[in-house]
Design a binder for this molecule. Structure first.
Ligand code: PMV
Length: 345
């Protein structure tokens, strides 16, 4: 966004626009920032966009407002939630001196389900801002804009499999996401096992910063990432499910092991998280191809094939405290929706 300035705003529009973006799960994880200020990731990452989890956002600039108004799932937010949104709009407009806006977002997953929504949320908002301010950003620039809201949001611009690239330039111009394969490339499933509905205690930015400052293996985490990315790209291309699963688990445990080694330690898991991991490994021993991954929270995401979904769900529901399981397929790119196509979640 470094080269975005006010003169890029050709066509400021005051009518509302509605966008939808889907959440994504990182198969090769992003953890750590090379610039906190510009939100530049310290490592590249590879993700799968998920059809079952989305954010729908309506954005309307309104000259009669004296401050932005942000609501999520019908609840109005002020404080740091509102500031994060307002800062993002300032960045899009390249000025704080801009018309204020109403931003209404709805997630189709239960509020407080402990599921991160920043990826779908900032991808939907980036697309809406791009449209209303007439920024005419292409997908790569749009991903860089979404990245400023949340690193993982850069990948949610695309459907299917996406890669967030690690740039080397200080201005962040190379830190963009690209699509690897569209959603029809491969029919796989991701089961989101909700083990707790509590709000997460340590946000990803704080967790990443503490890890970078104190984890003894941080350098190795960074230096070993590019071979994981290479292997994952090849495995997805070959549709080698065992290899994708093995690399996914490896990246997950490498990230969490690293976070656990921070001072003070960072542990996002609860008892049901651990029990679910063991359940999945037992299923695997019995011949069912299923692999786990976990983000900055206690939910377990299970990568599997369509014909094992029912059996896996049945086994995982036996774990105490598993409240529900959301089944996702590869999902589509972020898009603008017309009033007729709006999704009433
Ligand atoms: O972009 P953030 O701040 O939501 O951080 C994402 C961090 C992980 O979800 C743990 C990993 C990832 O690559 O999505």
């Amino acid at each position: 966004m470094e080269n975005l300035n006010h003169s890029d705003i050709e066509d400021f529009k005051f009518e509302p626009v509605t966008t939808v973006a889907h959440s994504n799960i990182a198969l090769i994880k992003y953890w750590g920032k090379r610039s906190v200020q510009m939100n530049l990731p310290a490592v590249g990452s590879i993700s799968l966009t998920l059809d079952a989890l989305h954010t729908q956002t309506t954005l309307q600039f309104d000259e009669s407002l004296d401050q932005d108004v942000f609501s999520l799932n019908e609840k109005e937010f002020g404080g740091k939630e509102l500031k994060r949104i307002s800062d993002f709009l300032d960045l899009g407009a390249a000025t704080k001196d801009r018309p204020k806006a109403r931003i209404n977002s709805r997630n189709n997953f239960p509020t407080g389900a402990g599921l991160a929504s920043s990826a779908s949320g900032f991808a939907a908002l980036a697309l809406a801002v791009n449209d209303r301010l007439g920024l005419n950003l292409n997908d790569e620039s749009l991903s860089a804009f979404a990245r400023m809201g949340s690193g993982s949001a850069a990948r949610s611009i695309y459907g299917g499999f996406a890669e967030m690239k690690l740039g080397s330039k200080e201005d962040g111009s190379e830190d963009i996401a690209v699509q690897l394969y569209g959603e029809s490339h491969w029919d796989i499933r991701l089961l989101v096992v909700v083990t707790s509905t509590e709000k997460k205690k340590l946000g990803s930015t704080e967790g990443m910063n503490r890890t970078a400052q104190s984890a003894p293996y941080y350098k190795e985490w960074i230096s070993s990432q590019s071979s994981d990315l290479d292997e994952m790209r090849n495995a997805i291309s070959a549709k080698d499910f065992e290899k994708v699963g093995e690399l996914t688990e490896h990246s997950c445990f490498k990230m969490h092991g690293l976070a656990m080694s921070a001072r003070p330690p960072i542990l996002y898991w609860n008892a049901a998280t651990t029990e679910t991991i063991h359940k999945v490994w037992k299923l695997r021993q019995s011949g069912i191809p299923a692999y786990v991954t976990i983000d900055a929270g206690p939910q377990v995401k299970i990568l599997c094939l369509p014909d094992s979904v029912d059996e896996i769900k049945k086994a995982v529901f036996e774990v105490d405290d598993v409240e529900h399981i959301i089944e996702a397929k590869p999902g589509p790119a972020a898009k603008i929706v017309t009033p007729e196509n709006e999704i009433i979640a």
